[in-house]
Ligand binder design. Structure first.
Ligand code: DON
Length: 302
């Protein structure tokens, strides 16, 4: 496996300039576009890395999977009363479907859905900010995971679309708390910084029937794990979910910081990072790395 990781890393490193860093969040526009990292962790605990695998970056929408998992583990299927489970086929910050679907977002992995999940976090958690971070640290088995205040403030200053989404859903009664408080939690979620190694560790329970392999701690039931993996497969890449499935063949989730995490049930989780994004907001080189990984190892869920 280490040979495969080294080879695909070298191959992709030559073309890492493709894509553009996310400029609509000023703090992310400053990131070095040449960064490239990969970390793969097997459920029996072996870690393979290459490149900038241990450098922290903004996980952005990858946090939507953590937030959904946390809320799902607490309230179970009540989650689906206020958010759907269908792919949107639209961009991650789209407003259009919300109007004719009465303020119910298509799924929790698009911005609108994650804003509803943030609203739920305020209702069910004693201290959403602290509890969210503790949850991720527990999953990763690593206390050295933090929010990036600069990224959070940068989004707060410029997140006009998210403000519109939250207010629009509030008008349908699908946001219960004050819009500013909900957005504060949403931007906080997006501002978490993690490395590929930390992300691969944190996602390993999705490959292990909902149990953290290192600690045997049960986070989700087998059935809940199936459901979240299914959501990642169908909704994790917005209007590029089909393309990602076609090329990589694993459930996963991307973020505009250039990270992507994917899992192969009963085998491994893998995280990649390259800040250059394609037109749909997914890491150009990250997707290529994962496509080469599953192709060369002959592994996929299909
Ligand atoms: O709300 C936003 O637009 C960003 N904080 C997150 C977007 C994101 O990562 C979508 N990913 N591909």
């Amino acid at each position: 496996m280490q040979n495969v990781i080294d080879n695909i890393y070298q191959q992709v490193k030559c073309q890492v300039h493709n894509g553009n860093v996310a400029r609509y969040i000023p703090e992310l526009a400053k990131i070095d576009p040449d960064k490239l990292g990969i970390a793969l962790k097997t459920i029996d605990g072996v870690l393979y890395v290459a490149g900038d695998a241990n450098e922290s970056f903004s996980i952005q929408s990858i946090s939507k999977v953590f937030a959904t998992s946390l809320v799902f583990s607490v309230i179970g299927d009540d989650l689906w009363r206020r958010v759907g489970k269908e792919p949107s086929g639209s961009s991650f910050n789209s407003l259009v479907q919300l109007e004719y679907e009465n303020g119910i977002p298509r799924n929790p992995l698009i911005n609108a859905g994650a804003i509803v999940v943030a609203d739920m976090m305020i209702d069910i958690l004693a201290n959403p900010e602290k509890d969210f971070l503790s949850f991720i640290r527990r999953l990763a088995g690593d206390q050295n995971i933090h929010f990036d205040e600069k990224v959070k403030n940068s989004e707060k200053d410029t997140g006009f679309r998210n403000v519109a989404l939250a207010n629009f859903m509030k008008s349908f009664g699908n946001i219960h708390n004050h819009v500013d408080d909900v957005l504060d939690i949403y931007f906080m979620m997006c501002s978490v910084s993690m490395s590929c190694t930390q992300l691969a560790n944190a996602f390993l329970f999705f490959a292990n029937h909902g149990m953290i392999p290192a600690t045997h701690e049960k986070i989700l039931t087998i059935s809940q794990t199936k459901r979240l993996n299914a959501l990642m497969q169908t909704c994790g890449f917005y209007d590029e979910a089909g393309e990602f499935t076609f090329r990589v063949g694993l459930p996963g989730k991307s973020g505009v910081g250039g990270g992507i995490v994917a899992i192969l049930p009963k085998q491994y989780s893998v995280a990649v990072w390259s800040p250059g994004l394609n037109g749909k907001g997914n890491s150009e080189s990250g997707m290529l790395l994962l496509e080469l990984l599953t192709t060369k190892t002959g592994t996929s869920i299909f």
